[in-house]
Design a protein around this ligand. Structure first.
Ligand code: ADP
Ligand code: VHF
Length: 378
């Protein structure tokens, strides 16, 4: 084992708070509802981590699959209202299953259902954080899922990898462990390429990883694409990510002991401040600002605010306070942030020096289009 590998795996051994996500592809027993026996096995391992003083927060998929099994449906419905109904039926089964297994170890679990809005509204985000922190302090294991029954396609995470990463950010976890049906991230999708080789370690921000990550199977949602993206999100609060097979014997306890299993994706920059992390985790973007090269440079190099003079075009319909993405002239994403002017006003002031804002609009809200406190480089 190389020196860098042993150092990285040591980081996992030192983890005190971990978010463990168990994916649909793994949980659902080839689509026939929950694999309760396998759930029991993971809970046994989590109980053992707990006994060593490691705080565990679980993100578990499986509600829709369990609901389908309970309702006797053989194929996944496409209508949103049927998926919502299946999730409602299945979520109680999921919760019961975990509760029963944790009870064998004298541990309590708690069901926490979150939506995108809970994490995008700053007040609700802080509320969710304090509730989860309280549960963890009470030595209860939160079992989190997306609240599928009340979300529509437009506002959903969809996959639970992203939710897991945002929870890791929220709780400043040391590690995010994504358990799935493959041994980790391969250099090609092993379902289609028998020669594919496991990537043991990488940097969460490495664009080459996103290039080899493909879509999910029939049961899962985002495949490796969302797992690699989740690693990038988790890295923003300094968390490392492991993608590993939930079918490997004692996978969680072996990882906690520093064994080389799965794919380890390490953060390669300092963690962002809490508010910037929250900004970075925002998925819903209302518009696009196309920046000139000078603006891209000052944002990158100096962490400056974005002034209208550096913006070529404003696209989309947005209000003051909405999240917009900033791209360079080739369309590559550079930053995102909360904009100080709505799209109509923004279109009138782009390319202009800030001292002209008042003349152009009849008022000046602020000299920046996005203040640096509300801006995050991506
Ligand atoms: N490069 C890759 N390496 C490993 N698996 C990959 C890769 N690209 C795509 N996949 C697919 O991703 C699937 C796991 O993702 P997904 O089905 O969403 O599972 P989960 O429900 O656990 O999130 C695997 O079954 C695999 O076929
Ligand atoms: N929230 C959904 C699960 C979403 C999902 O399958 O995500 P993933 O496990 O990342 O493939 C459910 O409980 O059915």
């Amino acid at each position: 084992m190389s020196e860098s590998q042993s150092t990285s795996r040591d980081a996992l051994r030192g983890a005190r708070r971990v978010v463990i996500k168990i994916g649909s592809a793994l949980l659902t027993n080839d689509g026939r509802g929950l694999d309760a026996e396998a759930v029991g096995g993971w809970v046994d391992q989590i109980a053992s981590l707990h006994a060593r003083g490691i705080e565990v927060v679980l993100v578990s998929s499986g509600a829709v699959a369990e609901g389908m099994a309970r309702l006797g449906w053989v194929s996944r419905p496409s209508a949103v209202y049927e998926l919502q109904a299946a999730a409602a039926v299945g979520q109680s089964g999921l919760s019961q299953c975990y509760e029963g297994h944790f009870a064998r170890h004298g541990l309590r679990s708690a069901q926490v259902l979150l939506t995108h809005d809970d994490l995008s509204d700053r007040k609700r985000y802080l509320n969710a954080r304090s509730a989860l922190r309280t549960l963890v302090a009470l030595r209860v294991v939160p079992v989190i899922n997306e609240n599928d029954t009340v979300v529509t396609d437009e506002i959903r995470f969809g996959d639970n990898d992203t939710l897991g990463a945002l929870v890791a950010n929220l709780l400043e976890a040391d590690a995010l462990i994504l358990l799935t049906d493959q041994e980790g991230l391969f250099d090609a999708d092993p379902r289609h390429d028998p020669e594919a080789r496991l990537i043991a370690e990488g940097r969460a921000d490495d664009p080459a990883l996103a290039a080899v990550a493909g879509d999910g199977g029939a049961l899962g949602r985002g495949g490796m694409t969302t797992k690699v993206r989740a690693a990038r999100l988790a890295a923003r609060s300094g968390a490392l990510t492991v993608i590993a097979s939930g079918r490997q014997a004692s996978v969680l306890t072996r990882l906690a002991e520093g064994e080389t299993l799965g794919t380890l994706l390490m953060p390669d920059h300092a963690p962002l401040a809490a508010r910037k992390r929250w900004l970075a985790g925002q998925l819903q973007v209302r518009g696009t600002l196309v920046l000139d090269d000078g603006a891209v440079e000052v944002l990158h190099r100096h962490g400056s605010s974005l002034l209208p003079v550096g913006v070529r075009r404003a696209e989309g319909v947005f209000k003051r306070g909405d999240m917009v993405v900033c791209v360079n002239e080739q369309g590559a994403r550079v930053a995102k942030g909360l904009v100080n002017y709505g799209s109509d006003e923004a279109r009138r002031i782009v390319g202009q020096p800030s001292h002209r804002i008042e003349t152009l609009l009849g008022y000046m809200e602020s000299p920046e289009l996005i203040h640096r406190d509300n801006l995050v480089i991506i």
